[in-house]
Design a protein around this ligand. Structure first.
Ligand SMILES: Nc1nc2c(ncn2[C@@H]2O[C@H](COP(=O)(O)OP(=O)(O)OP(=O)(O)O)[C@@H](O)[C@H]2O)c(=O)[nH]1
Ligand SMILES: [Mg+2]
Length: 301
């Protein structure tokens, strides 16, 4: 029997926990079962209390205090500890039926998604057939406010792509906090972020401001101070690198985004449908008898 899950990932403050809460509320309203797993050892408050909380195994605060580690090293330590104590997950999850959507609320430390191999190992463990056998969808959130700084947007997109390549499970990317940019970005422009277009760097208003600050196009201006000139050359190199990265993202067509406005029930429902499709949730459900109260609900409609 398969189980189904969604791993909600992304940089610090991207809105992961808020999205988890909205997803849970939406599932409850639609009479669907869910199981909320908090894997952020630093998370303190929750809208829905977790059904399983890594802090019951290990807390970041204790690790930092006892091991003398900082927040990032401490987080890696917590995950290494989790990997040595996987029974903590197995014991809680193994009895869940295919009706449940297991929601994993992940921490925001970016190194977890880019260059330490812990997350791929955890995902492999969760998905392994014959063990927990969870069909997992990774959902990577990036704040829509990143569209204001286009170079930053491509850097964020690169981190989404890195997580996608590293984890090797069905993956969706989400632009969160859409409410914050709705009135700032024209619909036509927004499309170029939803499916990233490298041309965005060509007509970047922030870039124009940067060039003006540097005093010209940055490549052939005469400058008195060699240090200024070196800084500008670094700027030019940075721009070329950015363009190359953006071109790579565009050419591979690997990343596109779904829009999330967490206050809007329909938007949350639409993303859930994508998650369901990715993991083929509905195909696996047994036809079930409706409960009496569900029949009653239908009479009223
Ligand atoms: N305007 C707006 N604010 C949001 C939205 N989603 C989250 N926030 C706010 O953004 C902040 C961070 O949200 P969280 O859900 O805690 O983000 P997170 O990704 O879980 O953060 P970490 O776990 O610390 O990495 C909070 O102040 C939220 O209220 C949104 O859709 N719109
Ligand atoms: Mg969180």
């Amino acid at each position: 029997m398969s189980k189904f899950g969604a791993m909600i990932m992304g940089p610090a403050g991207a809105g992961k926990s808020t999205f988890c809460a909205a997803l849970i509320t939406h599932l409850q309203l639609n009479r669907r079962s869910c199981f909320y797993v908090n894997l952020d050892p630093a998370a303190e408050s929750f809208e829905h209390s977790p059904d399983l909380d890594i802090k019951d195994l290990i807390s970041l605060e204790d690790v930092m205090e006892e091991m003398g580690l900082g927040p990032n090293g401490g987080l890696i330590y917590c995950f290494e500890f989790l990997m040595e104590n996987l029974d903590f997950l197995t014991d809680a999850l193994e009895s869940l039926t295919e009706e449940y959507l297991i929601i994993f609320d992940m921490p925001g430390q970016i190194e977890l998604y880019t260059h330490v191999p812990i997350l791929p190992a955890l995902v492999k463990f969760l998905a392994r057939a014959g063990s927990l056998d969870i069909r997992l969808c990774a959902a990577y959130l990036l704040e829509a406010t990143f569209v204001v700084d286009r170079a930053k947007f491509f850097a964020g997109t690169l981190s989404a792509m890195s997580a996608m390549i590293m984890l090797e499970v069905p993956h969706i990317n989400i632009l969160s906090k859409m409410d914050l940019v709705k009135d700032q970005v024209r619909k036509k422009d927004l499309k170029r972020f939803i499916t990233p277009d490298s041309g965005l760097l060509e007509d970047d208003p922030a870039e124009a401001a940067r060039r003006a600050y540097e005093g010209g196009n940055g490549e052939d201006d005469e400058m008195a101070d060699p240090q200024d000139r070196a800084a500008v050359m670094r700027g030019a190199g940075f721009r070329r690198l950015n363009k190359a990265v953006a071109g790579l993202i565009e050419n591979f067509s690997m990343v596109s985004y779904l829009k999330l406005d967490v206050q809007d029930e329909e938007s949350v429902g639409a993303i859930l449908s994508y998650i369901d499709d990715c993991i083929q949730y509905h195909e696996a459900q047994e036809p079930r008898e409706m409960k009496d109260e569900e029949y009653e609900g239908m009479d009223e409609e």
